[in-house]
Ligand binder design. Structure first.
Ligand SMILES: NC(=O)c1ccc[n+]([C@@H]2O[C@H](COP(=O)([O-])OP(=O)(O)OC[C@H]3O[C@@H](n4cnc5c(N)ncnc54)[C@H](OP(=O)(O)O)[C@@H]3O)[C@@H](O)[C@H]2O)c1
Length: 349
């Protein structure tokens, strides 16, 4: 699709939401893309800059408006940014007009029908006409050829980046505890949480039954061939963007700290957007939100003592956890440089 003469024509479906707006923000700077269509539901008809004021000063934003999905035109790539449960109904319209679909939502990530019924009940009775490939750019063996592609969940992929090297090299026992903390944009624009209740607070989100738990187990099994016994709890942070996960495991007998260090180096060598923090000592050496927010980078680190292994990962839920991951995937699918249009520096202080 990508050559010098022809830009990739892109639709952002659900462009007035948080992830859709972030896809638009990043694609406005992408050299090989034409933003051909932006959809919204309640915001259909509104100008881009009135819904996302942070985009209004880009020269190319001036003429852009949201349109109803029913008016979708032919595009090379559609980014699906609809709330959980909305895609199955809208997929026939998108599939008719888009050559390929990169879906940021969770509807078609899980393979076990029992898991789909439990965690995505609106999706269960409405399977897609073709399977969705589950794609993590750093871990999937190849770029998928499928028309329909599911990208990973934000807390799921942070957890998978933290755990993958340990399971890929068979260094740890199967029991894993993952504690994940996420910022407020993780719930989408329609979450309805009063800001005053988030502000100055740190609270539980879900101690059991988060839908990213089966996804983490599925991804680790798919990419390493290992079945995990996972405990997964989530918490809500008083920040707008960012996810931090802490994963606790026990090393298998005979595994050394050097084995662990080598496993992380090997897993992410040559991967521009997963950066291992080697030999962190001071707190600021470890992965942290202020090093990743605004960027497409996931930071990872691991520490071992007395057979106990603690791995951490931090990323921006809207960038590496959603829009940036999707654009990185588009880059690889369309033959662009993997890093095109994607920031590696954070916005801080
Ligand atoms: N937020 C994150 O950090 C994050 C990270 C990774 C993945 N995801 C996934 O990405 C998807 C989008 O999340 P989000 O946070 O961007 O949600 P959001 O802020 O609530 O945005 C939803 C978008 O979908 C549109 N929409 C709502 N219902 C629709 C319908 N029935 N038909 C067509 N369009 C409809 C909305 O339009 P109006 O504005 O006009 O209502 C809006 O543009 C979700 O599946 C979520 O799980 C989110």
């Amino acid at each position: 699709m990508a050559d010098n003469d022809k830009k990739v024509r892109v639709a952002v479906v659900g462009a007035s939401g948080y992830t859709g707006g972030e896809v638009v923000r990043l694609l406005l700077e992408h050299p090989g893309v034409e933003l051909a269509f932006l959809s919204a539901e309640r915001n259909a008809g509104a100008a881009l800059g009135s819904v996302h004021p942070w985009l209004r000063n880009h020269p190319a934003a001036a003429g852009l408006r949201f349109r109803p999905l029913a008016e979708l035109e032919d595009v090379d790539m559609a980014f699906g940014c609809l709330p959980t449960g909305a895609l199955p109904e809208q997929l026939p319209v998108i599939a008719e007009r888009a050559e390929r679909v990169l879906n940021l939502g969770g509807d078609f990530r899980l393979r076990e029908s029992g898991d789909v019924e439990s965690y995505y009940p609106k999706t269960a009775g409405n399977p897609p006409q073709e399977d969705f490939a589950y794609y993590v750019p750093e871990l999937s063996p190849s770029v998928p050829k499928s028309r329909f592609i599911s990208l990973p969940g934000c807390m799921a992929v942070a957890s998978v980046y933290a755990l993958y090297p340990l399971f890929a090299a068979s260094l740890v026992e199967h029991r894993v505890v993952v504690d994940a903390k996420t910022g407020s944009t993780g719930g989408g624009r329609g979450s309805g949480e009063p800001p005053a209740e988030r502000s100055g607070n740190f609270r539980v989100h879900k101690l059991h039954g988060h839908r990213h738990a089966p996804e983490i187990s599925q991804a680790i099994a798919e990419f390493t061939g290992t079945a995990m016994d996972l405990r997964f709890a989530t918490h809500s942070l008083d920040v707008s963007r960012g996810i931090m996960v802490t994963a606790y495991t026990d090393l298998r007998p005979g595994v050394t700290p050097l084995d662990v260090k080598r496993a992380y180096a090997k897993a992410y060598v040559g991967k521009p957007f997963v950066r291992v923090r080697t030999a962190p000592r001071a707190p600021q050496d470890f992965p942290m939100l202020k090093a990743v927010v605004g960027s497409n980078v996931a930071e990872v680190a691991v520490a071992v003592r007395d057979g106990q292994c603690v791995a951490v990962a931090a990323l921006d839920n809207l960038v590496k956890g959603a829009a940036g991951q999707a654009i990185q995937s588009m880059n690889l699918i369309c033959g662009f440089d993997e890093t095109a249009g994607l920031p590696t520096t954070a916005v801080s202080p």
